[in-house]
Design a binder for this molecule. Structure first.
Ligand code: 3EB
Length: 343
């Protein structure tokens, strides 16, 4: 087998585990898996693998989300954060079980979130990748009420407090993100991409910025941007946050999964337009997206696929996961990345 040099720049692929192992890539920044199996492969002992506990609803259960950079990487661990970095990008992941946290207050999720975000920020500072670009958060039992407060709201409070205490801004220049449910009893799993230089953040003109949501959605707003535009080497990447059927700040089409899917696509389309304007005529479109579709109720899968198939075009590559969505009235959420060569 001859070694073909990977093209410089970021790339994202969804591949079965065996295909990842066989490829023997040396430019992998990090991986996310969904089937709870150990990452495997002796040569990947230092590979950061975010083990998300969410059922894959179509295709192969052992699909891996693989982030590559087309350049040499170095690996390490800072506190509990496992990471790999290139010259300008850092991928990291952390898993925190809620059991046995020292000094856990009334909310064990609050304690786990504080620990995760504190260690992530410490890692970014220690390694000098100060800019959080994209964050994925998976919380077990996200919609469960604990001590009178929904766990997603406890997470929002803890995330905001941890970022504030690390001196980070809470509005405006905040990363793109997703926050989803994970299987009961699984740990809090957070993984992220960070960079040496500041990205451009993109908001959706159809939606109130999440960091300005009114208090009816929780005393402490979620800290995320709708999308982030990142230049790295010879590529321009657009990271679209978890996007759902929200217009203004309200959930729409409650009880109608097909209509929620269509509204979500309108939101993604609006973000693509904003991003193309911000990036001076970049041509991101629905056909160039790669990402994940989160489905609350597995029986809704054909409805959602039926809406997405004609809209997304042949080039788009998505995996479907069962996950609870942060608002109980939402049935579907879509996140995506689009990466263009600038060479
Ligand atoms: C929304 O638009 C849907 O709390 O980090 C999407 C993406 C959502 C990220 C987060 C929440 C988050 O408000 C929920």
């Amino acid at each position: 087998m001859s070694l073909v040099r990977a093209p410089a720049g970021l790339r994202l692929d969804y591949l079965p585990r065996a295909a990842c192992q066989a490829a023997g890539w040396t430019d992998v920044l990090g991986v996310a898996t969904f089937d709870r199996a150990p990452p495997g492969g002796a040569d990947c002992a230092d590979l950061p693998v975010a083990q998300v506990h969410a059922a894959v609803l179509s295709g192969q259960a052992d699909v891996c989300e693989v982030w590559r950079c087309g350049a040499a990487v170095s690996s390490g661990q800072h506190h509990r954060v496992r990471f790999r970095s290139s010259d300008d990008l850092l991928f990291g992941c952390i898993a925190v079980a809620e059991e046995n946290l020292p000094g856990a207050p009334a909310s064990t999720l609050h304690a786990a979130t504080t620990l995760a975000y504190d260690e992530i920020c410490a890692t970014l500072e220690a390694l000098s990748y100060p800019h959080l670009l994209r964050v994925w958060n998976y919380l077990p039992d996200i919609n469960r009420d604990a001590n009178g407060t929904e766990r997603y709201l406890q997470f929002n409070t803890a995330r905001q407090q941890a970022l504030r205490s690390r001196g980070r801004v809470l509005t405006g220049k905040v990363p793109a993100a997703s926050a989803l449910g994970a299987a009961s009893g699984s740990p809090l799993v957070v993984y992220f991409l960070a960079g040496k230089t500041a990205p451009a953040f993109v908001e959706n003109p159809r939606q109130v910025s999440a960091y300005h949501y009114p208090r009816q959605y929780g005393a402490d707003s979620p800290v995320f941007s709708r999308a982030a535009l990142v230049e790295s080497g010879a590529s321009l990447a657009l990271f679209i946050s978890g996007t759902a059927s929200i217009v203004g700040h309200r959930s729409t089409h409650v009880g109608d999964t097909a209509a929620q899917t269509r509204e979500t696509l309108l939101n993604i389309d609006a973000l693509l337009r904003e991003a193309n304007a911000a990036a001076n005529g970049a041509h991101f479109d629905l056909g160039s997206l790669t990402g994940k579709v989160y489905v609350r109720t597995p029986a809704d899968l054909p409805i959602i696929q039926g809406e997405l198939a004609p809209a997304l075009a042949a080039g788009a590559r998505f995996i479907y996961l069962q996950a609870d969505i942060c608002r109980q009235d939402l049935a579907v959420e879509i996140e995506a990345a689009a990466i263009r060569s600038t060479a």
